[in-house]
Design a binder for this molecule. Structure first.
Ligand SMILES: [Fe+2]
Length: 337
């Protein structure tokens, strides 16, 4: 008799523990889902919009500075310093070369825009990186915040072109777009700069398909840049600064601004500061800002890993665990009766 009572007590105790565990997991699941929902939907309202203007804010100006950075993955340590440097130099605007987040979600692109606005007091335009845009939904999400993924705008006496190379490639349609803009708009300006995430060529150390465009595409691309009188092509992606003269066009590749550097001699984050000189030349300087990566692991987890699926998964798992715990407890009570 006493053994039976002890067994039932044991069953009851186990059922209680399972119920407590179920409740704990249930609450944890709801908290994760709520944090994810809050991050994705509440903190991103109203939507941020950082597309370049359709007009030239300083027509004819031939002496101005801009800042270029990229490959930052929402790490704010370097971004704050790059923005401060940009303000110190009185840059007119900044351009981000992509690789904001992995995987990209439209709402996370809004968070990216919000973070940029927090640090920069000047306009920031952007072209997507291979981590940002995988499919049409990502492209639409990117465009909703940063404007057309293939775009052009002007500032002063210079034409700027943003060319999406997020899939480590350029389609024939994109090359046609580039050719069209260069044929029709380039003659109206003294200088022309193209921004695109993936470079067409690299220094020998990084001459691998994952770091550059396919050779066949690169050849067509370089011909269009040469014939279109492009002064400067600025890219990111490789996480190693480069300076290569390609015919009339100079290629500059930026150091990363938050993702790990592949430069073993100088693994610092940094930016590219450009000075458009009155004599028509474009002076460049790579400016470094240390290796500090700001932001907690939890924040990075929230921004980079959680999405709508995680909300659904957290709630489902929590309900499943609570339901299982209730069934087990119910069975134990039945045994008691
Ligand atoms: Fe990249």
């Amino acid at each position: 008799m006493s053994t039976k009572i002890n067994e039932e007590k044991k069953k009851c105790k186990i059922a209680c523990l399972v119920k407590i565990a179920g409740i704990v997991f249930f609450v944890a699941g709801l908290l994760i889902a709520a944090a994810c929902y809050y991050t994705l939907y509440v903190t991103t309202k109203p939507a941020e919009y950082l597309a370049p203007p359709a007009y030239n804010p300083a027509p004819g100006k031939n002496d101005f500075k801009i800042t270029v950075f990229g490959d930052w993955m929402l790490h704010e340590g370097a971004i704050g310093k790059i923005a401060a440097e940009s303000h110190r130099r009185n840059a007119a605007f900044a351009v981000c070369l992509g690789d904001f987040v992995h995987p990209a979600q439209p709402s996370i692109m809004k968070i990216a825009a919000k973070k940029l606005k927090k640090h920069f007091k000047i306009p920031v335009y952007a072209t997507p990186g291979n981590h940002d845009v995988y499919n049409a939904e990502d492209a639409a999400g990117f465009a909703a915040v940063f404007g057309n993924i293939n775009n052009c705008f002007s500032y002063g006496d210079t034409l700027f072109i943003l060319l999406e190379s997020a899939k480590v490639g350029l389609s024939d349609e994109q090359l046609q777009f580039l050719k069209f803009v260069l044929t029709n708009e380039r003659p109206k300006y003294s200088r022309c700069v193209v921004f695109s995430h993936v470079p067409p060529v690299t220094i020998p150390e990084f001459d691998k398909p994952k770091y550059r465009l396919k050779k066949e595409t690169a050849e067509k691309y370089l011909k269009i840049l040469e014939e279109g009188n492009v002064d400067l092509l600025v890219c990111g992606h490789v996480h190693h600064e480069m300076n290569i003269q390609l015919g009339k066009t100079r290629l500059l590749v930026c150091p990363p601004s938050g993702q790990g550097s592949r430069n073993k001699k100088n693994p610092q984050f940094g930016s590219l500061q450009l000075h458009f000189m009155p004599d028509g030349s474009i002076k460049h300087e790579f400016v470094y800002c240390g290796t500090e990566v700001k932001g907690t692991g939890f924040e990075k987890f929230l921004y980079r890993r959680l999405n709508q699926h995680t909300i659904l998964f957290s709630v489902s798992l929590a309900l499943l665990l609570l339901g299982g715990a209730c069934i087990l407890l119910g069975n134990a009570k039945k045994t008691d009766a």
